[in-house]
Design a protein around this ligand. Structure first.
Ligand code: ARG
Length: 431
């Protein structure tokens, strides 16, 4: 049975091909579909398209459906196309003709849009929370290990002293930048498309400001065509934010794999958090961070997939848009699981404290030596040359003490300033 049934049933093959994974994916929209309908019918009553008594019985029935959803018992029956049809069928089954009235002034096109906006707004909050937890963990580790030095590399060659304070703190600050993109996606998602109907509005005097208020949207997509156009654009903005966070996390995962390698041995994890080999008995592999790196790399492709799906669609609703759900839904889940896993692993990270005592890192301190000479009055280029010649003839001996005091350096991590920056963005992303 279809909402749009006009006396014939579509071919089974056509139905399965077009419905695709909707029956499964739409379950994630169910809660928001009901909330969207509640706001819509309140508005319909206010403009005289439903009586107060009709509104009351509809709200009660929708409340019961919400309870079914919250108990995890809501399903979309075989033969029913999507969540929107399922909810309407449940209402008509219970209330008869009143149930058939709720779709006045609405199309599934703006209904699914409002569901998606609410869903994405919620998922963005979940991503922000998970990012916030990892940010806190990185900042805490940065402070805890701020005096532990490690080599800094350029060109993957030993360069200058770095520290665990800098390393952990760098990824925390990078996440603060990524949050700016997440906030942009949040602001784009936080606009009401309801009332755009099929994409061209309605001859009913819909009170779109009222549904905006009821659904807690910050603003609305005013132009009904722009509202429809936001399908795909919102997903794309979110995918960009996901890509930004994934790129930070993917690079971090790469660092961890490298620092765990015996040739570096800067960090380690308890045995039970590593994985083994079926042939080499000694192995303790960093599979968690390899899977994380791979997943984060794939997540950066999501924005391209969305771009290709939507790049030159004709204006107005096209069924291609349905496939956006297949792309963006698993992406948000995957990102959150990577963020949570990183936080879990970092709770158990072990940091080696004597790394730079190894003579192989002697040359890390050449610039310190040059700077000492400069402070004693030697021109920089002279000092550079003197130390360079010492390195060449083997007479250079490092002084391992490091005095970096400027803001953002080993001795002055600016952890609080970075936290303020992160919070200035994260507090704007709220349910
Ligand atoms: N499952 C559809 C989607 O996600 C719902 C909207 C259907 N609209 C239509 N005109 N067929 O896009």
């Amino acid at each position: 049975m279809k909402l749009w049934s006009k006396g014939f049933e579509p071919d089974k093959l056509i139905e399965e091909f077009t419905v695709g994974r909707d029956r499964e994916l739409d379950l994630r929209l169910a809660r928001f579909d009901v909330l969207g309908s509640m706001a819509h019918i309140r508005m319909l009553e206010s403009i005289g398209l439903l009586t107060a008594a009709e509104l009351e019985s509809l709200l009660e029935a929708l409340g019961d459906i919400l309870a079914v959803i919250d108990r995890g018992e809501f399903t979309i029956a075989p033969g029913v196309e999507d969540v929107h049809s399922q909810v309407e069928f449940m209402l008509t089954e219970r209330l008869g003709d009143v149930g058939k009235k709720i779709h006045s002034g609405r199309s599934r096109n703006d209904q699914v849009l409002v569901d998606l906006k609410l869903f994405m707004r919620d998922e963005i909050c979940n991503i922000a929370d998970a990012t916030g937890r990892l940010f806190d963990r990185l900042q805490a580790l940065s402070e805890e290990h701020k005096v532990v030095l490690m080599p800094g590399y350029t060109h993957l060659q030993i360069a200058m002293p770095s520290s665990f304070g800098l390393w952990f703190g760098a990824y925390a600050e990078a996440l603060a930048d990524d949050m700016q993109l997440l906030l942009a996606a949040y602001n784009i998602a936080n606009q009401n498309p309801l009332g755009s109907a099929a994409g061209y509005g309605s001859s009913f005097p819909l009170d779109r400001e009222m549904t905006t208020r009821l659904l807690g949207f910050a603003d609305l997509h005013y132009n009904v065509v722009a509202a429809q156009m936001s399908r795909g654009k919102t997903e794309r903005a979110l995918a960009m934010a996901i890509a930004a966070i994934a790129s930070t996390l993917g690079r971090f995962a790469m660092d961890v794999c490298m620092w765990m390698c015996q040739n570096f041995a800067f960090i380690s994890f308890p045995d039970e958090l590593t994985t083994g080999s079926s042939i080499m008995p000694h192995k303790k592999n960093p599979d968690v961070f390899e899977i994380m790196r791979g997943k984060c790399n794939r997540l950066q492709a999501v924005q391209n997939e969305i771009a290709l799906l939507t790049v030159n669609l004709p204006l107005g609703y096209n069924r291609d848009l349905q496939l956006l759900k297949d792309i963006i839904f698993p992406a948000t889940t995957e990102l959150i699981s990577c963020l949570d896993m990183a936080d879990f692993m970092l709770r158990h990270i072990r940091v080696r404290t004597d790394i730079i005592d190894d003579p192989r890192y002697d040359h890390l301190f050449t610039v310190e030596e040059v700077n000492r000479l400069v402070l004693a009055g030697v021109p920089f280029r002279e000092a550079y040359k003197k130390v360079g010649l010492e390195v060449r003839d083997g007479s250079y001996t490092p002084d391992r003490s490091v005095h970096h005091t400027h803001i953002g350096s080993i001795g002055n991590l600016a952890t609080d300033r970075i936290r303020t920056k992160f919070q200035a963005v994260s507090t704007q992303i709220k349910r």
